[in-house]
Design a protein. Structure first.
Length: 62
């Protein structure tokens, strides 16, 4: 889907520091959602970029 392609392309255009900042910001914003909703968000992020989804998932485990 075009939306995921565009989001992934944007994510990959960021510097490593910006990628970390984005993953941290998303993780912080979904932290207090119920677990099922967090998982859905991560699945959507993984469609854009697997690394982004994995980073957000890992940061939420802390």
């Amino acid at each position: 889907m075009k939306e995921f392609y565009q989001a992934g392309r944007f994510y990959r255009s960021l510097s490593p520091e910006e990628r970390e900042d984005l993953a941290e910001a998303v993780a912080e914003n979904i932290f207090f959602l119920d677990e099922e909703l967090q998982e859905k968000v991560v699945l959507l992020l993984e469609k854009a970029d697997r690394e982004l989804g994995n980073k957000v998932k890992e940061k939420n485990r802390r």
